[in-house]
Design a protein around this ligand. Structure first.
Ligand code: PRP
Ligand code: URA
Length: 208
């Protein structure tokens, strides 16, 4: 399954500010949230709706509603929580889980430190969030944990991805659809995406 890339001049415009090292914490956070809304919009365009009858001030009519309980948003800590804000603007009643992983800076392997996901995850459309898909290790491990819990329908949303991470994620989890707003050139020797945007967590939380 090929990744879905948000190709749009308005997304490019937002990315142009996001990538700039001069962009400050507030604007960076807002842009992560806004781009995430567009990723969510694209990723959930197959959302099932049910028809219900309501009354407008003018007449009775039939409207289509999404059952928000069918959705679970799972940010990978920390940086994934920066995307959550955008997604819950779209589906405010979706259930939320958290998976805590950080990359060991020497081995680049993800280390797990927290795991809590909504019950009945096996019956939900699961949407995993992380702004960066670099080597793919964090996304792969998070998705493996969710599958062990029974999750079957999983989509992965990221802001910037590296070709190496996409390839690895597709090899290990070929059933998972990837939605990204940009596919960059490569990884550097430290596992950073080039040109990328630097360390997403540090830029969202202002920790460096
Ligand atoms: C970053 C990012 C991803 C991971 C991507 O998190 O948010 O989770 O690296 O790299 P990978 O594809 O090579 O696994 P980091 O480990 O820096 O933790 P943080 O979110 O707490 O900053
Ligand atoms: N994690 C980040 O935050 N940035 C990268 O470029 C790679 C991994």
């Amino acid at each position: 399954m090929e990744p879905v890339i948000l190709k749009h001049p308005l997304i490019d415009n937002k990315l142009s500010i996001l990538r700039n090292k001069k962009t400050g914490t507030k604007e960076f956070r807002e842009l992560i949230s806004e781009i995430s809304m567009f990723l969510c919009y694209e990723a959930l365009k197959d959302a099932k709706t049910e028809t219900v009858e309501i009354e407008t001030p003018v007449a009775k009519t039939k409207v289509n509603k999404v059952n928000e309980d069918d959705y679970a948003f799972i940010p990978i800590l920390r940086a994934g929580t920066g995307m959550l804000d955008g997604l819950i603007k779209v589906l405010p009643n979706a259930k939320i889980g958290h998976i805590g992983l950080f990359r060991n800076e020497t081995t680049l392997k993800p280390v797990r430190y927290y795991y809590k996901v909504p019950k009945d995850i096996d019956k939900k459309q699961v949407v995993v969030l992380d702004p960066m898909l670099a080597t793919g290790g964090s996304a792969i491990d998070a998705i493996t944990m969710l599958k062990e819990e029974g999750a079957k329908n999983i989509k992965f949303l990221c802001i910037i991805s590296a070709p190496e991470g996409i390839k690895k994620l597709q090899e290990v989890h070929p059933d998972v659809e990837i939605y990204t707003s940009a596919v960059d050139e490569k990884l550097n020797e430290k596992g950073y995406i080039v040109p990328g945007l630097g360390d997403a967590g540090d830029r969202i939380f202002g920790t460096k």
